[in-house]
Ligand binder design. Sequence first.
Ligand SMILES: Nc1ncnc2c1ncn2[C@@H]1O[C@H](COP(=O)(O)OP(=O)(O)OP(=O)(O)O)[C@@H](O)[C@H]1O
Ligand SMILES: [Mg+2]
Length: 378
Amino acid sequence: MRDGYSFKETNFLRIIAVANQKGGCGKTTTSINFSACLSFLQKKVLLIDLDPQGHSTCGLGVKTQKGMLTLYDLLTPLQGVAHSLSQVLYNPQPDLDLIPCNASLNALEEEFGFMPNYHLKLRDLLTRISEDERRYDFVVLDCPPNLGILTWNALSAADEVLIPVEPSFFSLHGLAKISETLQVVSRSRETPLGVHALMTLFNPEVSFSHEIYDEVRAHFQSRLFTTIIHEHASLKEAAAAGQSIAQYAPQSQAFQDYLNLAVEYLERDWNRKLPEKELGWDQIFRNHFGPRQISDGILFQFFSKTSSTVEVAGDFNHWIPEPLVRRDQDGLWQKVISVELKTFRYKFIVDGEWQVDPSQPMQKQNAYGGVDSYMEFA
Ligand SMILES: Nc1ncnc2c1ncn2[C@@H]1O[C@H](COP(=O)(O)OP(=O)(O)OP(=O)(O)O)[C@@H](O)[C@H]1O
Ligand SMILES: [Mg+2]
């Protein structure tokens, strides 16, 4: 055991899916570095790259060339010969094995389409792997940024899902979707799926990060890791160099963050059940993105990455459109309007098209046969 750490022996295999359909929230960075830190703590880990983008593969310095066997060859139903695990394994660091993949994995979407129980193919493969003499302690699955067949396979095979959440406006919306999916997957499983969330890409100087953290904590409660992964340039550099942070910069704060995560994971006695009752992401989403009172008036917000103009009009400005200002690359548009009214109707005008507010459901019929968004403050 590494100096200073001592954990109970893990005498069973645990399978952890790192999943969130939201792109760029740190799934791959977490899969690589969480795996690397577990193996640094002398656990035997197998990382499986389940994303056809192959980022865990190249992030660990493995280049898939033509003719080389990958995860696709282990999963495809079209192959006559069953390949052995050792033909597909790489060993980028002591105690860390990798099953790489590349864009060929996309073909499974179609190939599985004709098969019964196609969502259990990865589970069957992992059963074969658990009988292999290598005896892993952990299998980590790096999922693609969607809730398609590959992620569904991962969630069906896993004992636990680790959901990385980066503090952006869109991440809360993404959590609503993955929560729904987890409920559906859980119904089709025999054993409960453990759920953990991890705050990633955290920049303490951005006040909004703290707000999102509080919301995520309120929802996941003790299932949110106490460890926070901060934004560190060295994590990007390590990925570009094809190395885990344990190899690239073992003295760095980034390594310390991921080591803390691995230690916390191994030390905690997790409540592995989903909560009885979800805490209502709709409400959380509405609280954040619907109009809200701030000191200078009411903050109106709208999300669109593709629109050129977004305006708001309502009872408070005699229905004369006023422009929102685009704030960030996530497509967040904002405008503060001084509103005296406690109740009002309003609409957004997006590239000239009038529409109700998609972030909050309260609406009222208007005199023209349509509906307006409606807001009421106590
Ligand atoms: N804590 C961090 N600090 C700085 N950069 C980070 C951090 N985590 C991830 N990144 C960078 O952010 C980008 C997205 O991260 P990553 O690829 O891990 O996300 P992902 O969820 O796997 O994305 P995808 O949805 O495309 O699979 C990458 O360039 C990565 O290097
Ligand atoms: Mg990824």
